[in-house]
Design a protein around this ligand. Structure first.
Ligand SMILES: [Zn+2]
Length: 193
């Protein structure tokens, strides 16, 4: 668990540095270095990347827009990390992160699955919080039609249908939203079998 927490914290710091660079750095080669560094966290999983970058040549109006976006950015937060023992894939970790802009950093925005594919930890899967049900899986008392009751929307990478036995939970910061706070408190509780 400690390794996975350190991995995610390093990812979040490198992600923030790359975003800042895209917004404020004039030297395109320096931007590319930062983006490559953050994309390396996804190097073994297909279909996902940091999503960070900018074209080499941009008009001044676009650069201004990027600077304005950069002013609103904050490093994302790690709320919770859950460790699973998957029979085929080995130890997997699921973490829940905030959104990374002012006003979106207090609540759930994304969930990542991490695993070891033979070359150290990697980000395997990205999931976005389902805004229809606010991650509860329920919409007007019924199974949420958008996320199929999981509370999350698949945004690329490996699909993990059964993550296996839950073996450890680390809680770091609680989300501000009271509904999400309940989910946070219940995460990692083993369902009675
Ligand atoms: Zn939903």
């Amino acid at each position: 668990m400690e390794n996975a927490v350190a991995f995610v914290n390093a990812f979040l710091a490198d992600e923030f540095a790359a975003q800042k660079s895209v917004s404020f750095e004039r030297n395109y080669d320096l931007v590319t270095d930062k983006v490559r560094k953050v994309d390396a966290y996804f190097r073994l999983a297909s279909g996902i990347s940091s999503g960070i970058g900018r074209p080499k040549f941009l008009p001044e109006t676009m650069l201004n827009r990027l600077r304005n976006q950069g002013d609103r950015m904050e490093q994302r937060r790690l709320f919770v990390m859950v460790q699973h023992e998957q029979p085929d894939m080995g130890r997997l970790f699921r973490c829940v992160l905030s959104g990374g802009t002012i006003g979106a950093n207090d609540n759930f925005a994304e969930s990542l699955w991490l695993g070891n594919l033979g070359d150290g930890l990697q980000i395997l899967t990205r999931l976005a919080v389902c805004v229809t049900c606010n991650s509860t899986g329920l919409h007007r008392g019924e199974k949420c039609p958008d996320c199929g009751a999981s509370g999350w929307l698949h945004r690329g990478g490996v699909r993990i249908p059964d993550p296996g036995r839950l073996s450890e939970v680390g809680r770091f910061i609680a989300p501000v939203d009271p509904v999400q706070k309940e989910i946070y408190d219940a995460m990692g509780e083993v369902a009675p079998s």
